[in-house]
Design a binder for this molecule. Structure first.
Ligand code: AFD
Ligand code: MN
Ligand code: MN
Length: 418
């Protein structure tokens, strides 16, 4: 579905008066506090969040899937969906591919299609957690950690192929998430399986182009219910340190045990120069993969607060990766993604408001009350007019969800894809 700039403009006409009112009030308040609204809005224009190719259709659970209509089937259709999101919010200008789910038949054509939609290629993801129909060895008992050398070799070769696909489309990073682990105590030798994983990763690392990064994504459990080989950020950091400069850790917000202090993990990784990127989602229990900000927006803000503090520059200018990793069982995936991108940018905008000098002073004085006041003053600011202003400047919609609904986007996709 193609979106006409004129349609966006007439949508914006409906909301512009109210927007000006909100924006002027907020701007003058923030300027009085010594902030540069222009700088913040400019950064909100630049900051982009990648969309994973696997999040554009209904995911389902292991109990069932209730597919929606008009869902994309081919990779080209998935790209079109991301193009649609990007036309509406001007904030989703990147795609993360999953191999082999997304092997493009004509990579050059796909690259051109993405360019026309203003979409870049973010990290490529390998898949050694499933057996493919034409595959020689099974990953039932692991991939990079497997006791059998030929299974490890197959998994290493797959990752090298993924790098090759990534090179064609212009990706600059590989994300490795492993389902490797054990279901029962005693099943797997902890040290040996870790060493074998490290050796396999070293083989992959050798094939990584100089300007690429390799991210390891930790996860405490599932599908292995007793132990995961890369179970936490400690193991991920060990791997990244042993592999070298081009290796870093990817933090998926859902991949932590309940109540883990993720913002502190983020701070530590930044301190060690080993933060690679993010998979954003939200959860109540663990890897629920729900809409970002739907359950714990304050935690998300605290994470961005550490990011802003640790980066020392605009986040769009860092080489950290930003991606959503969510699944959709109930909502229209595109509406859900619009909500997630909005939640991420809200948390980021709020983090930019934090009075860092005052916070430092409060910390040095051990003034917990003042420190909380400072953080929550930023968090409780309604920054949505800043995001809307950034969207207007970038030619996108003031109210993305309303636009999506008013323009009957899903209906159009259903008709196109019948
Ligand atoms: C799985 C994992 C992980 C990963 C994704 C893509 O839980 O989040 O990023 O697959 O490989 O959902
Ligand atoms: Mn993930
Ligand atoms: Mn996950």
């Amino acid at each position: 579905m193609h979106i006409d700039k004129k349609d966006i403009a007439s949508h914006n006409d409906k909301y512009i008066k109210q927007h000006h009112k909100n924006f002027e009030y907020l701007s003058s308040t923030l300027e009085d506090e010594g902030l540069s609204v222009k700088k913040i809005v400019k950064e909100l224009v630049d900051y982009q969040v990648a969309i994973p190719s696997w999040a554009l259709s209904t995911g389902g659970t292991r109990f069932g899937r209730f597919p929606g209509e008009g869902e994309p089937v081919t990779f080209e259709q998935k790209l079109d969906d991301i193009g649609l999101l990007h036309a509406i919010n001007a904030s989703s200008g990147a795609v993360s591919m999953h191999i082999p789910w997304d092997i493009p038949k004509e990579p050059k054509k796909v690259k051109k299609q993405a360019e026309e939609l203003g979409i870049k290629f973010d990290a490529v993801n390998s898949n050694t957690f499933q057996d493919q129909p034409d595959q020689k060895h099974s990953y039932k008992f692991g991939s990079l950690c497997h006791t059998d050398k030929s299974v490890r070799k197959q998994a290493v070769e797959h990752n090298i192929e993924v790098i090759e696909v990534g090179k064609i489309v212009g990706s600059k990073s590989l994300t490795v998430w492993l389902a490797d682990g054990s279901g029962f105590p005693g099943q797997q030798h902890f040290a040996k399986s870790f060493d074998r994983t490290l050796d396999s990763l070293k083989d992959i690392y050798k094939h990584l182009p100089d300007d690429w990064m390799m991210f390891t994504e930790h996860k405490p459990f599932e599908p292995a219910f007793y132990s995961s080989v890369v179970q936490d950020w400690g193991s991920s950091l060990l791997l990244a340190n042993k592999l070298g400069k081009k290796a870093a850790c990817l933090v998926d917000l859902g991949h932590h045990l309940p109540n883990a202090n993720i913002e502190q993990i983020v701070s530590r990784l930044i301190q060690e120069d080993k933060l690679g990127g993010f998979h954003f989602n939200d959860s109540k229990y663990s890897d629920d993969d729900l809409t970002v900000g739907s359950l714990r927006p304050y935690q998300l803000f605290l994470i961005f607060n550490e990011l802003v503090e640790g980066a020392g520059k605009d986040l769009s200018k860092t080489d950290w990766g930003w991606m959503i990793d969510a699944a959709h069982n109930i909502k229209d995936p595109l509406e859900d993604l619009l909500q997630s991108v909005e939640a991420i940018k809200i948390a980021y905008a709020q983090a930019m408001l934090v009075d860092r000098k005052a916070l430092e002073k409060a910390q040095e004085a051990n003034d917990a009350v003042r420190a909380q006041e400072i953080l929550q003053h930023a968090y409780r600011t309604d920054v949505r007019p800043l995001l809307a202003e950034a969207r207007i400047l970038a030619g996108a919609a003031i109210q993305p969800i309303s636009y999506y609904r008013d323009a009957n986007c899903r209906k159009n996709l259903i008709n196109e894809r019948k």
